[in-house]
Design a binder for this molecule. Structure first.
Ligand SMILES: Nc1ncnc2c1ncn2[C@@H]1O[C@H](COP(=O)(O)OP(=O)(O)O)[C@@H](O)[C@H]1O
Ligand SMILES: [Mg+2]
Length: 389
């Protein structure tokens, strides 16, 4: 009987391809087998035919396995397994950075191949639970401190999960992340551990994630020196942003909605992670200095950093603060509309914070809860309002 997976074997060595084909023919998970003799052919094949798994060599003429993986993962949802003689941390890490999901070292046994295919199957099953599509990644960030980024991620995550959405909250606020605290969970895990051992990034992320409730998982940020050292061992010395962006991508494999807390918009991780996100929500409050920073910050995001304007929206928190500027006036000055206006409610916010719960669980009819519900609706629609003319 034919198995469910279509596998593409990419290697410039015809003998190796033939040997691998024999192994795959004996493999119960495999149906169709395709071949390509270099990276360029591999990208062409995967963009034409539906491929589930790619076994990708690293050193090849015309286009090597790393560039091919980077291109192929843009055009195909295939699960790429790097195949290399060089059992070097370096290749593995670079392969993961360009979108590979797994790694096999030549020569390998039928059992090792089978285990890797099993992991690919598990990843496919997870994808079909999400309707075959990766989850939507929404990143919260801010140009000030204390605007409410972390609170909003925690509250929205709990709210979305209460509607039976599979939600993953990812704390990308390296060193200072406190999302676990707002969600009321204690753990020593973090996404730094994803990079320490080899294997599928999504699988590893699932291991690092902490279950908050039925439909909500949290991936805490690396904050301790030990966790930061793990990131370095994973090869991300000066590249924490890279690691964070890959984590955000991998999290899409775990849930329908991924909510990331990126902390400061110009911090170590936010700029890189922003390029991976589907939507970026900048949280601000209505005081003059904050709005000044916001205006300048938005220019940096869309101008200097080249983010598409439609991906960036602003959420005004504590919009009715006494002495704050009226939202209408702010919108005019900024030349854009806010995606949501959330009222100040210090008592409720503090209570939610102290209990590690969301405001909707404490006071379901409060104004803050109601505006949070409309924010979630906007986020789920992917609706970003157009610029005011
Ligand atoms: N709408 C609100 N009304 C009153 N207090 C709020 C509101 N939103 C957040 N807070 C409070 O603001 C403080 C800072 O929030 P936090 O989410 O940690 O900000 P950030 O992550 O942007 O630094 C917290 O004490 C939180 O309870
Ligand atoms: Mg925060």
């Amino acid at each position: 009987m034919k198995g469910p997976l279509t596998v593409l074997v990419v290697d410039d060595n015809a003998e190796f391809r033939a040997g691998l084909k024999r192994l795959l023919q004996a493999e119960p998970l495999v149906g169709q087998i395709l071949e390509a003799e270099d990276g360029l052919r591999a990208v062409e094949t995967a963009s034409r035919a539906p491929v589930d798994v790619v076994l990708m060599d690293i050193n090849m003429p015309r286009m090597d396995g790393l560039s091919a993986t980077a291109q192929l993962t843009q055009v195909s949802p295939a699960y790429v397994i790097m195949v290399s003689v060089e059992h070097e941390r370096d290749y593995f890490r670079r392969a993961m950075q360009v979108g590979a999901r797994d790694f096999l070292v030549k020569p390998f046994q039928a059992e090792e191949l089978h285990a890797a295919l099993e992991r690919a199957m598990a990843s496919r099953r997870r994808a079909s639970l999400r309707g075959g599509r990766p989850g939507r990644a929404v990143l919260f960030t801010s140009f000030q401190g204390g605007a409410g980024c972390t609170s909003l991620v925690a509250w929205l995550a709990r709210l979305a999960a209460s509607r039976r959405n599979e939600v993953v909250a990812v704390d990308l606020d390296i060193r200072l992340g406190n999302l676990s605290w707002y969600l009321g969970v204690e753990t020593s895990a973090s996404w730094a551990q994803v990079w320490v051992e080899e294997g599928d990034a999504v699988e590893r992320l699932a291991e690092a994630a902490v279950r908050v409730d039925d439909c909500l998982r949290l991936v805490p940020a690396p904050t301790t020196l030990e966790q930061l050292a793990d990131l370095e061992r994973g090869g991300f010395e000066e590249e924490y942003g890279q690691a964070a962006a890959r984590v955000l991508d991998a999290a899409r494999g775990l849930g329908r909605l991924v909510l990331g807390d990126a902390g400061h918009a110009l911090g170590e991780t936010a700029p890189a992670a922003m390029h991976s996100a589907d939507q970026i929500l900048v949280v601000a409050t209505p005081e003059v200095p904050a709005i000044h920073r916001l205006a300048r910050g938005l220019e940096l995001l869309t101008g200097h950093m080249g983010l598409p304007a439609h991906k960036v929206a602003v959420v005004l928190n504590r919009c009715d603060e006494p002495g704050g500027i009226a939202p209408r006036q702010l919108q005019e000055e900024l030349g854009r509309e806010f995606l949501a206006l959330l009222p100040a409610d210090y008592r409720l916010a503090a209570e939610a914070c102290n209990l590690g719960r969301s405001v909707h669980q404490i006071r379901g009819r409060s104004r803050l809860t109601r505006s949070l519900i409309s924010l979630l609706d906007a986020v789920m629609d992917g609706a970003v309002p157009p610029r005011a003319s």
